[in-house]
Each structure stands twice: as structure tokens, then as C-alpha cells.
Design a binder for this molecule. Structure first.
Ligand SMILES: [Zn+2]
Length: 132
């Protein structure tokens, strides 16, 4: 298993503040630490294209844009004791949806929160996006 480093929250620069708020609050109520992978925040079309060409995304950045290009997506890896597994992703996702519902009710955020872990044909566990 890969051992993760620090939270690397600076990689969320340019990401929708509603998303950052939700990640921070979910982190606070979860038992997890987290790490934001390289390119886990805002991406240029060029960035997206290179990720597409490596087979790590269905969006090529030009004809099909990623939510990462508008700042409405973030990738987050929940980490427990320096490691991460599927159980941690599911636990963290529960925290994320719980927090998002709360923030929606109080009018602090807008949109529909979607998790790549719920996708049918391209499961992307670290991926979160806001559909506005
Ligand atoms: Zn993503």
C-alpha cells in the first residue's frame, strides 16, 4: 500500500469555495486525514488532456470538459494512519454527503454534490464534483 504524505490543501487553490468548505468540515467529523493528489484541484485544458491520454479520465479537456476545469471538482484521498482503502473512501463519502446536506439546508452552498464512487462504468473514488 502507498503511504500518503501531508494534506496538501494548497492544491485546492481555485476550487469552488463550497467544495473546499465541505471537504474541510467532512474532514473534521471523519476519523481521516486526507491528501489531495497532484492535479486534484483546478486543471487547465492541457492538464486535462495529459490526464486523459494516460487513461485516468474520460474527459479530454477540449471536446469533453472535466468539472476540474471549471473549479467545481476536487479529488480527495482519505487517509487513516498513513494509508487509505475502500472502507475509508466510503466512510469519508458518508461524511461529505452529511455535511453537504447540512450546508444546503442552511443555504451556505449551492448545487448537487456528486461522488465518483457512485459512477457506473468509471469508478473514481477520490473524485467529488458540484453540479450547478
Ligand atoms: Zn477528479
Amino acid at each position: 500500500m502507498y503511504k500518503f504524505g501531508t494534506r496538501s490543501i494548497e492544491r485546492l487553490k481555485g476550487v469552488n469555495p463550497d467544495m473546499v468548505k465541505c471537504l474541510e468540515m467532512a474532514l473534521a467529523i471523519s476519523k481521516c486525514d486526507m491528501t489531495i493528489p497532484w492535479m486534484g484541484g483546478l486543471r487547465s485544458s492541457e492538464d486535462q488532456k495529459s490526464i486523459f491520454e494516460k487513461g485516468n479520465s474520460k474527459c479530454d479537456g477540449y471536446s469533453k470538459k472535466s468539472y476540474h476545469q471549471s473549479g467545481n471538482a476536487a479529488d480527495c484521498i482519505p487517509v487513516v494512519g498513513g494509508y487509505s482503502n475502500d472502507k475509508d473512501f466510503r466512510h469519508f463519502a458518508g461524511c461529505m454527503f452529511h455535511v453537504w446536506q447540512k450546508l444546503l439546508k442552511s443555504g451556505e452552498v449551492n448545487g448537487l454534490l456528486e461522488w465518483g464512487g457512485h459512477w457506473q462504468n468509471f469508478i473514481d473514488l477520490p473524485h467529488w464534483q458540484i453540479r450547478l
